[in-house]
Design a protein around this ligand. Structure first.
Ligand code: EPU
Length: 419
């Protein structure tokens, strides 16, 4: 199995550009199912989940033509409405195909989606199913597969019992082709949702309120294709910013949207990390002393759960005690054990909270990446640590951060990939 071998401590310098947002790319690809003609997507990140999403579309009968970070998609001849288990089991975002297929064919068959093992009970899909039922779909479970059927989807009101990013996006896309008006309440408000809604609106949809807790969607007969440019990945931006802060480096992050990580920048001001920002760049300054600051993860615009593991590493270098409270996922603090093995002074209070006493020196270790965001956190810890750290299961890191080794080498990191 491939590994990263990292020699620390590292001082980063220069510039690092941010790629297109994974969690938007993974939605615009299935959104193409509800379009009446071709779509060209640009700034697509080159990561495995994207290739999977494109393969899935091809299996369903779609045509995809990918050149570098641009892909042309044509779903006019789509002729299947069943998600094969072997591919759907490999990534959580396969669930994003369900609503558009239901809206287009009136029926969809799919297995339980796979992905990072960070949520309770294999990451439930009850909210999706409940929402589709509200729009008039009937559910059957047969041979480990869900089957949803609806002669005609009809607008309705649905209140999300939990704020869910993908469920909000799914119902928004599905309701776009339903008859009548759908009102969604307690919606997620992530910038990726606003981008998706704006694109659909520019091409014929009628979605009001994206980016607020209440959305109103008036069903339309069709939505045309066109061009879609993926916004910069805010989690990548935040990960690089924390990487610079934790290693006491000066680093310029380009091609990014600092306004999408406002909460992190606000905390940086509180903990003494200096920065400068423009509309699409962020420069982290060398900040020798970091103050501790406790966080609680929250839906956007609160502190993102996806930046919680990198931030915990940062707090191991702070002058005092902080509490990290993970509120979104049940299994997103497993990596803390590895930080402790590296020398971090941490106390697990319960599965959701960890106390971090800083500052501590970190030491090299042999580590395994449990999931994507924990993986980047372990890379950051290795950059702080003395000596050679090995990180295994890096497939989990490659899933979300395109060619991370190559890109980090350009800013001065001694990182190599071994087979
Ligand atoms: N939930 C349910 N039932 C559902 C759906 C969700 O109980 O039917 C629960 C989840 O178990 C979790 C909470 O609701 O406790 C919120 O999960 P959400 O549905 O918002 O997460 P998601 O939509 O599956 C997206 C991102 C995640 C990111 C979260 C939170 C995609 C493909 N994934 O997941 O990204 O952590 O929102 O911001 O957009 C990542 O990139 O590493 C990643 C995991």
């Amino acid at each position: 199995m491939s590994q990263f071998i990292i020699n620390g401590p590292a001082k980063l310098s220069g510039e690092i550009p941010v790629n297109g947002a994974k969690n938007l790319a993974l939605k615009i690809i299935p959104a193409s199912i509800i379009l009446a003609d071709e779509i060209t997507i640009t700034n697509l990140p080159d990561i495995e989940d994207i290739d999977r999403a494109l393969s899935l579309l091809e299996i369903l009968g779609g045509k995809t033509e990918k050149r570098g970070s641009r892909v042309k998609i044509d779903t006019r001849n789509l002729n299947k409405n069943e998600l094969p288990k072997d591919i759907a089991n490999k990534f959580r975002a396969s669930i994003m195909f369900v609503g558009p297929l239901l809206a287009r064919f009136g029926e969809v068959k799919f297995p339980h989606p796979g992905g990072c093992v960070i949520g309770a009970g294999g990451r439930p899909i009850d909210i999706f199913v409940e929402g589709f039922k509200k729009l008039g779909a009937e559910l059957k479970i047969q041979n480990d597969h869900y089957i949803l059927k609806a002669k005609k989807l009809r607008g309705n009101t649905y209140f999300f019992p939990n704020v869910s990013v993908t469920a909000t996006e799914s119902l928004m896309m599905t309701a776009t082709l339903a008859s009548g008006t759908t009102t969604l309440k307690n919606c997620a408000m992530e910038p990726e949702i606003t981008e998706l809604a704006q694109y659909l609106n520019e091409n014929g949809a009628d979605i009001q309120g994206a980016g607020t807790p209440t959305m109103t969607i008036k069903g339309v007969d069709n939505v045309s294709g066109g061009k879609f440019h993926i916004i910069p990945d805010r989690i990548e931006t935040g990960s690089f910013a924390i990487m610079a802060a934790a290693t006491g480096s000066e680093l310029t992050i380009t091609d990014c949207r600092p306004d999408h990580i406002q909460i992190l920048l606000t905390i940086f001001e509180k903990i003494g990390i200096k920065y400068q920002r423009g509309r699409d760049w962020l420069k982290i300054k060398r900040s020798p002393k970091i103050q501790p600051y406790s966080i609680k993860t929250h839906e956007y615009p609160g502190f993102p759960t996806d930046l919680q593991p990198p931030y915990t590493v940062l707090m191991t270098q702070a002058q005092g005690t902080s509490i990290i409270h993970e509120t979104i996922y049940d299994r997103r603090l497993f990596y803390v054990d590895m930080l402790s093995q590296m020398g971090a002074d941490t106390i697990m209070c319960d599965p959701h909270r960890v106390v971090v006493n800083g500052p501590t020196k970190l030491y090299n270790k042999k580590l395994t990446s449990p999931d994507l965001r924990a993986g980047i956190a372990l890379i950051i810890a290795s950059l702080v640590a003395e000596g050679e750290t090995q990180i295994g299961n890096i497939y989990q890191i490659d899933r979300g951060y395109e060619k991370i080794d190559k890109r980090l080498r350009k800013i001065g990191v001694n990182i190599n990939r071994s087979k």
